[in-house]
Design a protein around this ligand. Sequence first.
Ligand code: DLL
Length: 434
Amino acid sequence: MGDSLSDETLEQTLKQALDQAVGRLRETVDRALRVPYYRDSFARAGIESAEDIRSIADFQRVPFTQKEDLRLNYPFGLFAEPLDNIVRLQASSGTTGKMTVVGYTANDIELWATAMADALRRGGVTPQDIVQVGYGYGLFTGGLGYHYGCEKLGALTIPLSSGNTERHIMFLRDMKSTVLACTSSYALHIADTAAEMGLGPEDFCLRMGVFGAEPWTEAMRTMITQRLGLKSALDMYGLSEIIGPGVAMECAHINGLHMAPYFYPEIVDTWGRIMPPGTQGELVLSSMGKEAFPSVRYRTKDLTTLSYGRCACGFCGWSISRIAGRVDDMLIIRGVNVFPSQIEEAILSVEGIEPHYLIVVDRRGALDYLEVQVEVSGEAVDGISRLEELQQTLQQRIFRILGLAARVRLVEPLSLPRSEGKAVRVRDMRVFDS
Ligand code: DLL
């Protein structure tokens, strides 16, 4: 991060921040100790009371929490408040297993709205803005998380939710929305559908997009910015197990995603060892100040790097880089580690190919087989030689990035499924022995 403080001052600021964090993490541990499951697991690590946490090093002895712990304690086993004090439940879809449920007290809802409002304000959203929320409202934290944050900020908030793309476009035009909040893949779908309806940026008043809930690349940022005529497209990160959106967000200077002061970040390697700043690893998050569902060293499975510093926007604290992917998104194909974002990078570097793609992995005999299905742009459909050229170019780019041969299958425009929420980019048909 750009840092206008001298190294010495920064070091002092970091030391103060860590001292403060220890006190607040001690409170989190104290709260977690109300929960029998945490009490048992902490005891096994030799932590009997919050008084055992006197330094960050002490805190690093606290056992990690994983998604599996939430599942084992489904639905309310990790709540640190009686249900009487819980005013809201949210849940994360159970695409990879049983649903996980999280709870909020009235204070937690307030903290969440404050984190969201602060993040959006830093990104440049103002009370004069009209924010069109295209995240699903319901158990998913996206819709309601944005809703409360935008209202707290004083912006006019339109709870359109996801789906009904034509209505989204009508609202963009008629309500003159200035900010669009949704997943990056849905933003692109809105832009494409608008173009099919003969509408473009000149018909809208959009100036900003706040996208997140799924990984997206810099090239995708450029493409969405152009297609929707935005001045800025910022990245918002969060997860339901921690609170929802609002954990970290880019500011207008695009200088990493600044972490809200209610969360303490660590980066670890596969074995849970703490990694030094700047090294890519798995983000581990703990909450500071949350009541109903204290998060204690939660392993997010998200890959990023961490830095501490001051930004030109005035923020001073921890920032993470864009999420590179998830530990469990990583495909191992013929021994090579592949992240879908690397394939997206290759796709977006070829003109004439659209960022609508599906990665299909299968096994033929003993060998893994990688196919990338990708849509060509309308203009590129004419001419077999042009199509062959596109196919070869993309194959070469993928090979250059991954060192792996992929079969590229060009498909008709609009033939791959569109997503209104998180895009599904991978179909892994291999059967693994467990
Ligand atoms: O996706 C919360 C959210 C809503 C964030 C709206 C941003 C905007 P979950 O459904 O629990 O919560 O999914 C959390 O989504 O662990 C990441 O893998 C991924 N994710 C979220 N934001 C980003 C992002 C919401 N900006 C999981 N970049 C997380 C990359 C993201 N991945």
